[in-house]
Design a protein around this ligand. Structure first.
Ligand code: DX5
Ligand code: ZN
Length: 261
């Protein structure tokens, strides 16, 4: 399955809800949310509050890329806010195996529940006239016959980090994120040596009988997406190459044609 994941880092934040609707209509599969803390990477973006807003604005999968130190402290908050997939950087985790288990132990939130929760909280505030409304955090409560499912776990690797960093946790992973730029900013140039790394990861996944998805992030666009797909990736994160174009549908359809070869 091919997954196109627009990164909202390049979206227009004065109209985030509309941007999400527009990429959803244009055929996006996942929404990629780049969380930066100003320590692990030299930039600061957003936290759980934006994930929560995205959760209420779209039913698409929310793929949260944590470029932060000490991710264990915030993983439950991001899950509660509505993340479906969470990736952490191998370089930021001392006990990577433990962190992966923490992600996988989180229960996914339901999009409609999040909207209901917000409505209820507003109504409660109106009724009581003060601002400490008790928002319900029940998971999946609004969907009859829906079994709670857990958050999926991924590990991201910087361009200089060897694949051996994930060798002994690959069996636990739902996806591996190969960074094809040094993380921190959108609109950077794709690092060509990444292609060889994707091929080697693809071999590693086969040899270990893993079902992990290969996701590639950074500088992915019309000039690189075909090679990235040929190397073995199936999940494509693109920020500037989508949000800086006038017609998202045309852009995403173009990507799909290029991936198909
Ligand atoms: C970089 C982020 C990327 C970024 C990609 O640190 O992880 O997701 O948004 O942006 P583009 O597609 O513009 O290279
Ligand atoms: Zn990213």
């Amino acid at each position: 399955m091919i997954i196109i994941a627009p990164s909202i880092l390049s979206a227009d934040f004065t109209k985030l809800g509309k941007e999400l609707k527009d990429v959803e209509k244009a055929g996006a599969d996942w929404i990629h949310i780049d969380v930066m803390d100003g320590h692990f990477v030299p930039n600061i973006t957003y936290g759980p509050i934006i994930v929560d807003a995205c959760r209420r604005a779209t039913s698409l999968v929310l793929d949260v890329h944590l470029m932060i130190e000490k991710p264990d402290l915030l993983i439950p908050e991001f899950a509660k806010a509505g993340a479906d997939y969470i990736s952490v950087h191998a370089e930021a985790c001392t006990h990577l195996h433990r962190t992966i288990q923490l992600i996988k132990s989180q229960v996914k939130q339901n999009s409609q529940d999040k909207r209901d929760e917000k409505d209820k909280s507003k109504k409660d505030q109106l009724k009581s006239g003060y601002h400490e409304a008790n928002a319900s955090t029940n998971c999946n409560s609004g969907e009859a016959n829906t079994k709670p499912t857990n958050v999926k776990a991924g590990v991201a690797l910087n361009p200089a980090t060897p694949l051996s960093a994930i060798e002994w946790v690959l069996g636990d992973l739902d996806f591996v994120l190969i960074m094809s730029v040094n993380p921190g900013f959108g609109g950077q140039k794709f690092i060509p040596s990444t292609l060889e790394k994707i091929k080697l990861l693809s071999d590693m996944i086969k040899s270990k009988n893993s079902s992990a998805i290969i996701q590639v992030d950074g500088g992915v666009g019309p000039k690189t997406i075909e090679d990235v797909a040929k190397a073995g990736a199936t999940s494509f994160v693109a920020g500037s190459a989508i949000f800086n174009t006038p017609d998202y549908t045309e852009t995403i359809e173009g990507f799909r044609r290029q991936i198909a070869g």
